[in-house]
Design a protein around this ligand. Structure first.
Ligand SMILES: Nc1ncnc2c1ncn2[C@@H]1O[C@H](COP(=O)(O)OP(=O)(O)O)[C@@H](O)[C@H]1O
Ligand SMILES: C=C(OP(=O)(O)O)C(=O)O
Ligand SMILES: [Ca+2]
Ligand SMILES: [Mn+2]
Length: 668
């Protein structure tokens, strides 16, 4: 249109005689420059832009991202490198296949790029993925396009979130604040696993198991519901990423989601592929369909609420309906690893992990809120990971590429490394901030107590990249004891370590699991019963074997109450717990003097540098000695009762080890 206008001259402002004359006889306004240019003081002396039009100017602003090294491994026939267009076509084909309905004839028509930016974004020919021979039954959904926002960068995801997701804000430190919706914690009662001929025998089912069964057909009903929801949207986010830093056991995952929040969260939490790795990604090993804004259908068999998190190991898929809490994706993939890794003889662990300057590795087991993230993030040591690891023949490896820290009452002084990691790129879930300055108030629980920050592991300055290390020297079991009767630290023999590992005791801290509002005593086998897929004794046997083989020492650390139970005593100071952990790492605690406490038979050190000696034996800290004894016996009884179901299982070849383990529990 513009060129047409200038051709006939009539609408050209520069040359139009009509304008020069003044259309309605108004005096002419002179805008031409004076001859004596030198005398004029210019406030803009930079050379003019090269662009001839605004569109051209905007296109100059963004240059094409390209891999830093030439792409290898994508050679076609005769050694010719695949064209970029062909690689994109293959990528889209694979995404269309992921999003395909199983009851209609094709996958959706997919196209790369933000629909709001058509014309700006480089477009690639659309792909239609054919499953079956075309039929006459064409649906409306087969006629529309689904735009794919593929592995967007944090900056792009910020723009998406701020533009399209209510509740997204940039905080004063640069993090992206977001709301996870009605669910602010995991929903373990809505986590289902398909029971088929294989999983019926392989997995742990029944009492105590986290695996609530569903059949294949119901899974497909929910899968179709999720896929139809996702394909009905104008655009979906696709993340292709990795799990496990051990290159021999790396798993390729694809996450399809409807929210920029979910895409950025997984960008931070999974291992980020290099551009080269992404070009060669191929078919994923596992796919998550996150349709969390959309509920499941209560008329569907097995559904007991609007939420369902469904795992199908045979199809290598997970479907999320009715919860936007991003932790479901992270922990769902952890469950997958708890299935895949033991099959390869590798132990998967719900633990944090760090390594000292001298190469000593420590594992930190514990349920949510017991201190894995806080204590593995240690300024004097290198962080391998805060939550999910593998222990193989070669040592330890982190499963993830990021950390997921609790933010409630976060302080710069007590947890400086986590504080400083909350910057541009970090997802801040459900926090409250000042509406003008956007300063976060970490003490505010108005939305939830389970406020969280998800950041890439490199945001911790002393992260160990790649996130792998040698065999652990110390295995630290963390318990947040609301009864206030477990010692701040005790040294464990192997049988005791196994007893406490299988028990998995803590007082669940409010928030992380939906519906828990007050601390209560909890037992969760292997310190992660919500995520294990096989019977707990399978993991326990592997841990015992590995600890014995590599000579690791077990420790029980109470990060919970001292001087009384929850309500009367108080939580052990983080500074003291850090001193205890320092003494474990340095080896000085191994050489300390010990006394044996009654009931639990735990070995308590008499002295630790930087910790008041009187708190080391909890009995000293209670003013009411009878109340202490009652609480101790009560907790001991709860342990005994919980362990009954395990006593009949074997660990290893015979029942000898299990007998030793049972004997290592409370005795009274
Ligand atoms: N003595 C202590 N040891 C460890 N954590 C403590 C202690 N006292 C308070 N805390 C707080 O408890 C929480 C521990 O949570 P976190 O490290 O995220 O647990 P996990 O990673 O095991 O879920 C943090 O908010 C931390 O600040
Ligand atoms: C994400 C979680 O991890 P943690 O609380 O152990 O850090 C969770 O349990 O939901
Ligand atoms: Ca956890
Ligand atoms: Mn954690």
């Amino acid at each position: 249109m513009a060129s047409k206008g200038s051709q006939n001259g009539e609408f050209s402002f520069a040359t139009s005689p009509t304008v020069a004359r003044g259309r309605h006889g108004l005096p002419k306004i002179h805008t031409e420059k004076k001859k004596e240019e030198d005398e004029i003081c210019h406030d803009d002396s930079a050379p003019p832009v090269k662009a001839k039009t605004l569109d051209e100017l905007h296109s100059l602003q963004r240059k094409k991202s390209a891999p830093t090294t030439p792409i290898t491994g994508t050679q076609g026939a005769f050694g010719a490198t695949l064209s970029e267009e062909e690689r994109h076509r293959q990528q889209l084909q694979s995404i269309s296949a992921s999003l395909a309905s199983l009851t209609r004839e094709t996958g959706p028509k997919v196209v790369r790029g933000d629909p709001a930016r058509s014309g700006e974004t480089p477009r690639v020919e659309h792909v239609t993925h054919h499953h079956y021979a075309p039929t006459f039954a064409v649906s409306d959904s087969a006629l529309k396009f689904t735009h794919i926002l593929y592995n967007l960068s944090p900056a792009e995801l910020y723009e998406q979130a701020i533009k399209y997701e209510k509740g997204s804000f940039i905080t004063s430190s640069g993090a992206l604040a977001t709301l996870s919706g009605a669910k602010t914690g995991r929903s373990p009662r809505d986590k289902r696993v398909v029971k088929d001929e294989t999983t019926e025998d392989e997995l742990w089912w029944g009492k105590g198991s986290p695996n609530i069964e569903m059949d294949e057909h119901t899974f497909l009903v929910n899968r179709e519901r999720a896929v139809d929801y996702l394909c009905s949207l104008e655009k979906v986010y696709v993340n292709d990423q990795f799990l496990n830093w051990d290159p021999n056991h790396r798993i390729k995952v694809r996450i399809v989601s409807a929210r920029a929040y979910h895409s950025l969260f997984m960008h931070n939490m999974c291992i980020r592929p290099t551009p080269e790795e992404l070009e060669n990604f191929g078919t994923p090993d596992f796919t998550i369909y996150n349709a969390g804004q959309f509920p499941c259908n209560r008329y569907t068999h097995y559904m007991t609420s609007s939420t369902s998190i469904d795992m199908n190991l045979d199809r290598r898929e997970m479907v999320i309906l009715g919860t936007q809490y991003a932790g479901e994706m992270k922990k769902g993939l952890f469950s997958l690893m708890h299935y895949l890794m033991p099959k390869r003889g590798i132990l998967s662990l719900h633990s944090g992990c760090n390594i000292g300057k001298g190469g000593d590795v420590a594992l930190f087991f514990g349920l949510s809120g017991t201190g894995k993230t806080t204590l593995s993030t240690d300024h004097n040591r290198y962080l391998i990971g805060d939550d999910e690891h593998c222990w193989s023949e070669n040592g330890v490896s982190n499963i993830e590429g990021g950390c997921y820290a609790k933010c409630i009452d976060l302080s710069r002084e007590k947890e400086p490394d986590i504080w400083n990691a909350i910057k541009f790129g970090t997802v801040l879930e459900n926090v409250v901030f000042d509406e003008h300055y956007r300063e976060v108030d970490y003490t505010d629980k108005s939305v939830t107590e389970n406020t969280r920050a998800a950041y890439p592991i490199e945001y911790i300055p002393n992260a160990k990249i790649p996130c792998v290390g040698p065999h652990p020297k110390n295995v630290i079991l963390l318990a947040c004891d609301a009864f206030g009767v477990l010692p701040p630290v005790s040294k464990l023999n192997l049988a005791q370590t196994m007893y406490h590992f299988i028990s998995g005791y803590t007082a669940l801290v409010a928030g992380t699991e939906d519906g828990i509002k007050e601390p209560t005593a909890t037992f969760s086998a292997c310190f992660g019963a919500a995520f294990i897929m096989l019977h707990p004794t399978k993991y326990a046997a592997m841990l015992a074997e590995k600890m014995k083989k590599h000579g690791a020492t077990g420790w029980l650390v109470n990060t919970g109450w001292s001087g009384g139970s929850y309500g009367s005593g108080s939580r052990i100071k983080l500074a003291y717990t850090r001193k205890i952990i320092d003494a474990i790492h340095s080896g000085t605690l191994l050489k300390a003097n010990y006394t044996t406490a009654e009931v639990f038979g735990l070995e308590i050190p008499t002295e630790i540098e930087g910790v008041p000696s009187e708190i080391l034996n909890p009995e000293n800290t209670w003013s009411d000695k009878k109340a202490y004894k009652d609480a101790l016996l009560k907790l001991g009884g709860l342990f005994k009762k919980n362990f009954e179901v395990f006593a009949n299982y074997k660990i290893g070849a015979d029942s000898k080890l299990m007998e030793e383990i049972v004997a290592a529990g409370p005795n009274f």
